[in-house]
Design a protein. Sequence first.
Lengths: 341, 341, 341, 341, 341, 341
Amino acid sequence: MGKKVVTFGEIMLRLSPPGYERFVQAEKFNLVYGGGEANVAVSLANYGLDSYFVTKTPQHEIGQAAVNHLRRFGVNTAYIARGGERLGIYFLEMGASQRPSKVIYDRDHSAIAQAQPGEFDWDQIFTGAEWFHFTGITPALGDGPAAVTLEAVKAAKAKGVKVSVDLNYRKKLWSQEKANQVMGGLMDYVDVIIANEEDAEKVFGIKAASTDVTTGKLNEAGYRQVAKELADRFGLEKVAITLRESISASDNNWSALLYDHQNYYRSRVYNVHIVDRVGGGDSFCGGLIYALLAGKSAEEALEFAVAASCLKHTIFGDFNLVSAGEVQSLAGGDASGRVQR
Amino acid sequence: MGKKVVTFGEIMLRLSPPGYERFVQAEKFNLVYGGGEANVAVSLANYGLDSYFVTKTPQHEIGQAAVNHLRRFGVNTAYIARGGERLGIYFLEMGASQRPSKVIYDRDHSAIAQAQPGEFDWDQIFTGAEWFHFTGITPALGDGPAAVTLEAVKAAKAKGVKVSVDLNYRKKLWSQEKANQVMGGLMDYVDVIIANEEDAEKVFGIKAASTDVTTGKLNEAGYRQVAKELADRFGLEKVAITLRESISASDNNWSALLYDHQNYYRSRVYNVHIVDRVGGGDSFCGGLIYALLAGKSAEEALEFAVAASCLKHTIFGDFNLVSAGEVQSLAGGDASGRVQR
Amino acid sequence: MGKKVVTFGEIMLRLSPPGYERFVQAEKFNLVYGGGEANVAVSLANYGLDSYFVTKTPQHEIGQAAVNHLRRFGVNTAYIARGGERLGIYFLEMGASQRPSKVIYDRDHSAIAQAQPGEFDWDQIFTGAEWFHFTGITPALGDGPAAVTLEAVKAAKAKGVKVSVDLNYRKKLWSQEKANQVMGGLMDYVDVIIANEEDAEKVFGIKAASTDVTTGKLNEAGYRQVAKELADRFGLEKVAITLRESISASDNNWSALLYDHQNYYRSRVYNVHIVDRVGGGDSFCGGLIYALLAGKSAEEALEFAVAASCLKHTIFGDFNLVSAGEVQSLAGGDASGRVQR
Amino acid sequence: MGKKVVTFGEIMLRLSPPGYERFVQAEKFNLVYGGGEANVAVSLANYGLDSYFVTKTPQHEIGQAAVNHLRRFGVNTAYIARGGERLGIYFLEMGASQRPSKVIYDRDHSAIAQAQPGEFDWDQIFTGAEWFHFTGITPALGDGPAAVTLEAVKAAKAKGVKVSVDLNYRKKLWSQEKANQVMGGLMDYVDVIIANEEDAEKVFGIKAASTDVTTGKLNEAGYRQVAKELADRFGLEKVAITLRESISASDNNWSALLYDHQNYYRSRVYNVHIVDRVGGGDSFCGGLIYALLAGKSAEEALEFAVAASCLKHTIFGDFNLVSAGEVQSLAGGDASGRVQR
Amino acid sequence: MGKKVVTFGEIMLRLSPPGYERFVQAEKFNLVYGGGEANVAVSLANYGLDSYFVTKTPQHEIGQAAVNHLRRFGVNTAYIARGGERLGIYFLEMGASQRPSKVIYDRDHSAIAQAQPGEFDWDQIFTGAEWFHFTGITPALGDGPAAVTLEAVKAAKAKGVKVSVDLNYRKKLWSQEKANQVMGGLMDYVDVIIANEEDAEKVFGIKAASTDVTTGKLNEAGYRQVAKELADRFGLEKVAITLRESISASDNNWSALLYDHQNYYRSRVYNVHIVDRVGGGDSFCGGLIYALLAGKSAEEALEFAVAASCLKHTIFGDFNLVSAGEVQSLAGGDASGRVQR
Amino acid sequence: MGKKVVTFGEIMLRLSPPGYERFVQAEKFNLVYGGGEANVAVSLANYGLDSYFVTKTPQHEIGQAAVNHLRRFGVNTAYIARGGERLGIYFLEMGASQRPSKVIYDRDHSAIAQAQPGEFDWDQIFTGAEWFHFTGITPALGDGPAAVTLEAVKAAKAKGVKVSVDLNYRKKLWSQEKANQVMGGLMDYVDVIIANEEDAEKVFGIKAASTDVTTGKLNEAGYRQVAKELADRFGLEKVAITLRESISASDNNWSALLYDHQNYYRSRVYNVHIVDRVGGGDSFCGGLIYALLAGKSAEEALEFAVAASCLKHTIFGDFNLVSAGEVQSLAGGDASGRVQR
């Protein structure tokens, strides 16, 4: 069993029509469970770490099924609180070609959204831990979760646990003003930040000049500057920015950039034929955290993280069900997809 | 197109694991949409009436899919209001043999639960209508829906529309005290009441002596007295009581009793091998309303209603997808189930 | 490879909604291929005989798929003619409990319905054959198929091939008058007849006194008399009558009676919990033909045939996919259904 | 409820093996219902118009299921006649890469193919209507349907209803000579014509010089000339030609051209990754009719129609289940397919 | 987390055709993982105990999936050895009515069948444990597993861990002579034995007079004597005998008998409508072990175990996915199967 | 019925998770049966030849299902021996984009792997035959199968039957040394050899200079030289080399090269969007054998074989379910994938 790592956030029931059916056609839903930090926890468990996911789920069988889904893929669920009325739900319609995927959230009033400070024993949770990860979604769930997140990062810092955050701005959950204020307060405790092309601007007003995400054109110089500005403003150790060029709902170019105060690293670009795009960013975070904990260099860690998230796009569900060996093989250069017998 | 009939209430997304899978096993959910009054509306549409269902659903595609599900089976959805945040959900696990079916409700904060008086134009809705039906679930959804229900029954009465109610007590939605008070206030406008073995006691404290529903033994004399007491207390035209003897989750005996101030009628008893038990009571209401509107005698109407609901137990989903001819054939005595070529 | 046997008739595409779904609910159809004589051919192939099915199917892929379905289960398709426009189709909705199964036929204008005398080389077909079987459905398909059937039975007789017929009256295909006339003309060439409770009356006006099939009550004495009358009128070697008591669409009692001019044999009665009732009579024919060809006594052959058809009721599709050993085990008395490891 | 629009034609049961299975592999069929004019009716209902589809379907449950399928997606089915023996069927095998999709028609003898003049009350149907649409398939179904179509266009013209036709030549249904004669007779009543690359030549002998559809190379100048010739010969208001470059069964380039006597407009070209190609042309017609009725300019209407049909290629089934907003968003330039949360 | 319990044996991949399909019809297999002792481990985890399953599975993904399946349902897999070539497989065809279920084993050469003494650290495994359970299948897998089992029971005894065995004779795995010798050697370390109607005779030659399992008739007096003889011969604390009356593959009567040197207890008899009969005996063991560890009386423990296994028959897969509360509710008398809302 | 052709080898049960699910996600397996020589036999049956597949399968129903799968697609199974314990199994996980497909073999101890010389009557088998095909997999299954293969090629040669081999090196089955020795011994009897880019090097040490299969770059000159060297060393009539450029698991370029001592032919290159890549090489062999038997020129035969295998990549399962006409149409130049109505 590897090093102890902890993530904290919401896990939701995800319901998606089969194949490329639209919501109004569906007679069945495929169901999985997922959420930003839960997805990272599964990645880390797959890579062999002793991975804990902290959340709150209702006592009933739907809550239990979420817990079982995590256990199945090796996540330790011992610190999950049970209570509240409902599990958050999101409905996902898979896009194709020029038709975008659609997400309908039904996550209000969930058990974790109503969590309050004092419900989790962070001291026990962080005993022996080496890394703590959360995303910008968790504090956006409500004042309770925001306060609990602050509790958590403080406790982590006090125990010398490294802290990472994926900015992950969600406009349906909070305003940019609120995000700026709450996230700003949490940044004092953060060591590593991961963001996508838009997050830094939405949350902190740090903007890459002249990039329009709907055209898919990227402006690398602009993102370098965003990374540097984030690192400088918040005294961060590392800043990673994922770069998605969306050619269509079926095909994306995927790469990332890492800044460590000394160098800017730009990863290989993968042209990905998409099976399931959800959790792409989370799988990058999982890859990066694992690689850094495993002592890889910044450049290697970036390539590992991008390869991990490239593979995620080929796997149904929120979770990135790949081994470190599979990621390493792709990061090492074999992208031919030849059958392995 | 037959006579205009109106029902009002909640329609929910129903999610059930395939076959007899337990919630913790499910990787897929079958999805249908249903709810007490929506189910009655579909029955009435199937029988050829001009059937309207009134509710409120969110603007998003899940709300639209619920509307489409009603339209598919012939219900007129022109009076459905659109708005609110979410559609109520219920999870259904199918029981078998000694293992009971399980329902987990996730219906709080639904669009209809937050409806307020004034949102529906009852005057227009009841123009030309001959029957209005609701259940005890609708006022139990909250003070808003309770007030809207009162609005509706008053408007119906004012237009000379016949009003029926299915008591349908749900302990998870309100206390017996609250139910007694709210339902009592609505009974002034009701002409026909339908109840199951337990409802009269739970809502109005009217109890059949010595019947234990978990043993499946029925006490017919006791139910006659309950029917009479209900009819007398509320000045009702007719009282129907459905009688379920639960031998197991797979096999039930099903019959009913009708009292019309002159006679007590006891229907034939069907030994039903269950495909989907949900909506059994609703299909009884649909059968009874149709048969009474069609001018059948009390006795014939009772037999039609019981035969209709017998058939419902053999059909997946909340809706009773049978024609009047099919019901009539069973009510007329052919229960042999021989292949129809 | 066992003795050569030949059957002749129609094979149709059968489309049925999954589980107990009604037609108006279906989003998928399960598909198999079947038809009276094709079903018998598969039974005989399963029992190890060299079984040929003769029909005509269109050249296109749906016609080919029907041929493949027969090949898969061991039927020799070498004599099947290819041509015509369409394959007959029937839609099947599975009943349950008091709700009957429903069949909608869409078989008009099929390739075989348009077959004409001269299209099949009966001389070659019957070379080396020991048994020929057809049903009353084939001549009912039209004047062409009726003429071809007459061609076939004459050729069979000329080659000394034993001939059996399953009366199988279908009121949607022809009138009782037409059936009487056509079937009467064919009976000169028949050695063994199989009929269900109603066929003899519908086709030949031979009626068992006072049996009402919708009540499920059987009148054994009446059926003995029907058997004798059939045997005497047409100079038959053996007459078998299958006896179905339909308790519901889910549960039937199933047995049969055999008359051989010397004795009346009544089989064991099986209480069958039904998986798929279609092809029940055909599987009886298949069992009877096999058992007689295998040299079993009349009584043993009857028990084998009834056991075979009892098992058919537990198997999805028209075909009775059982081995002679499995049938023998049930006919031999082990009906406990204990797991075989 | 928007403007009243009417379409008339056949709706068929469509049966397709799951995924990319070949016919001979299929154990299940996915089923939807569709047909050229029904598909247009659904598009128009989706866009908010008061959309009526006129046809004739059998009384049985398969006929009813087709009606229900239309109701589900908002089409008004009040004018559908019931009767006849069967619903037309088509079997669809989905192609992939270099393997083409295959369609096997089994539509002869359908209820609508046997319709005769006098069965539809066109006067009532066109009261209040603003647009009537049909395709070249309907008159090809037989002399009856051809005569009914003539009845319809005359009635439409008499009521001042705008008439559009999609040429849609089907070589399996009639010869080019017959098509030329019948379609020629109908063109007097037509205002707007839509055709694909081949239709004008097959039906009216109007040929674009030197284009080979199997190479996928397009000859825009040629199509301009075809459009002009069609417009001039029949005195049309507008002519639209859809242009498909078939790279493979999986990938097509899709665009269109519109001529309005003043200008030729050429739309944007979409590189489409195909989910379901059937109904592509119909969705173009639906988009064009809606856009013209909504008062968009010729150029805007063309772009709307092409965007609508681009999206159709990503949706399973014949129907184009998209909203006007979704089409507008793509026509407005966002083809990135980014997830919409 | 409750008391530590340990089971040891084989977990297999189980492949079963959907529904009641026969093997030769199957185009899909449902897959679960199961095996006697694994099934008991899951029962105990469900009841809240700290449940460990010990086995050996291959390193590859099929081996991993078996481990994940156990983790999902709460079993601790920390002591599972990884290695060997293959996971054992069994194919299961579900019977119905008079057609028996069929099992085809393909378990030779599995990883656990090739395990050797010394591969498991029993000392560590039993530290803190209170109960050890195995079945007669494990030593039947080969001389290696038999030796490992002996290692285990000795270690358990040495640590004061209570030991139970389910005799579970499998004629395909070994002869009665071999079973007698090996099981006899293990019995010195056993405290509680569970057997079905046939095991005691097959393994130890202890026979209940005149019971024929294929008739379903039971001879209670005979089984009392068998229990006493087992208890006396091997100095056992308790002997339980499960009693299955097989009416058909669809319906069984199920009960059990317990002897504790002082009394014979006979449980309630459940008439079970079967969903999945596999694992019925294992779920009895799980119920009995839990109830005894929970301090229930012999009589209560017997009723809990029978109720638990009654519920198992209603659940798909080998595992008994029920909570202690659900079992207690049935054992407490509510077998009505009424919907729980 | 065309010319008699024979193939010999193993047929396995293939189990694959639905869609792109990973093994650890699977709750169902799709099942087909396949294997190198069985796949060739099906191709040849599809093309109208009298195609026999020779193997040994267990008596049980899984063995029977494999036989039925072959019969369904027209292969003659009369020479298949029955016996042994198990059917070989392979698990297949479908890759996508950068994630490779994975195969886990569980084929040890299969019935055919334990076959011994003398079990097959090669004299009878080759009577009237014109071609015999096997692959390098069969002798790799064990010394028994290797000896039987030698028996077979000697018998074929003696009867003047043309012999082809597909080298198909499998590193999991044997070492390069063993392969070299055994295959070398068989080559004396071989007329035509087919190999992929790597086989010649792995088995015979004949290497194309500087080609790295993971980059997808091909070195045509190198492969010409490999073909010549093979032809010269073993005195072969023809050598074909398939050339796969693996762009990703979803997209491959596919072509081949043929050498006949006079010329080198290089086929057209197909850019294939992959549905199921397994059996690609086998379908090439099937196409080549058919085309040569049909008297096509070397160049035509090569194009036919490449077109056949291009189509295979679009078909689920191991078998190439295409007709000669479909292949010819693609080989003739129509790769547009336009719908065929």
